[in-house]
Design a protein around this ligand. Structure first.
Ligand SMILES: [Ca+2]
Ligand SMILES: [Ca+2]
Ligand SMILES: [Ca+2]
Ligand SMILES: [Ca+2]
Length: 289
């Protein structure tokens, strides 16, 4: 616990100036707490040589024990900084959501961080209290939990803006019952995060997994497969070739130049090629990380 006279009461500048990281690292001892005491004690009685180090560290241990049982009695002075409390590094938390950031510089404090500072430093936006890695994703068009995905699945976000969300072994999925062209759907997916695109299905196992997860309506969902570049050569949007047989019977048939693939619930979840401008549902995916 932090006893009276602990430098948490004095603000970061005083604490940092008195017991700095340099004081600790410059000692021959590997015992951080003991070294701090030895340095303070040595300054007091003028003993700075190596011979006195062991004795001073022993004394430091005794002092620490005394300090923890009798409060400020061993130091007797509010300006003392050698109270034996555990230092913590505290990072500035500008939006008060309990998670700070790396800059500006963190400061050292006793036991706990004062208000406005935090031991955590991975807030993705320190100007918005609704964004922090400690939060759950909600449906608001923002990346609440700082994982670089917007409105993905969480216990608070099973569906969002017409998309049912899903999280599993193949990553994050959004099954969207919003009518969009294949290209319009792709843009929608990409707005959900840099790693998000129309779904790339890596093989029969994932294809079956995704088809099982679909909850109609609608019955047809665009996936990230097309042969717009070279007719008859279907490839996934991430550049990987199609290397398994995903097609429904008689597909793809390129009827009136159909170039975009959709997963058709009425064909056991297998794929058909459709006109890319048709407005269908679609499946977005972010691969597992
Ligand atoms: Ca913050
Ligand atoms: Ca924040
Ligand atoms: Ca997120
Ligand atoms: Ca969100």
């Amino acid at each position: 616990m932090c006893v009276a006279g602990c430098f948490a009461d004095q603000g970061p500048a005083t604490a940092t100036a008195t017991v700095t990281a340099t004081d600790v690292s410059s000692s021959s001892s590997s015992d951080g707490v003991g070294t701090v005491f030895a340095t303070t004690r040595g300054d007091t009685d003028g003993s700075t040589g190596d011979e006195s180090t062991t004795e001073l560290e022993t004394t430091a241990t005794e002092l620490e024990t005394t300090s923890s049982t009798t409060g400020d009695a061993s130091t007797g002075d509010d300006s003392s900084t050698s109270t034996g409390c555990v230092e913590v590094l505290c990072y500035p938390d500008g939006d008060g959501d309990g998670v700070g950031v790396l800059t500006p510089e963190p400061t050292k404090h006793c036991e706990t961080c004062p208000e406005g500072l935090s031991e955590a430093f991975d807030d993705c936006d320190d100007n918005d209290e609704n964004l922090a890695p400690t939060l759950l994703e909600v449906c608001d068009g923002q990346d609440n939990d700082c994982d670089a995905l917007v409105d993905e699945h969480s216990p608070e976000n099973a569906s969002c803006n017409g998309c049912v969300t899903y999280s599993g072994e193949y990553g994050e999925l959004w099954f969207c019952a919003i009518g969009k062209s294949w290209h319009g759907a792709r843009e929608y997916c990409m707005d959900l995060g840099e790693s998000v695109d129309l779904a790339v299905l890596t093989g029969l196992d994932e294809h079956a997994y995704v088809a099982d997860a679909v909850t109609p309506p609608p019955h047809a969902f665009w996936v990230g497969l097309a042969d717009e570049v070279v007719e008859g050569e279907f490839g996934w949007v991430d550049g990987t070739p199609l290397d398994y047989e995903p097609w429904a019977d008689g597909e793809p048939n390129n009827l009136q130049n159909e170039d975009c693939a959709n997963l058709d619930i009425d064909s056991d979840g297998r794929l058909s090629d459709f006109d890319c401008d048709l407005e269908l549902g679609f499946i977005c995916k972010a691969p597992a990380r």
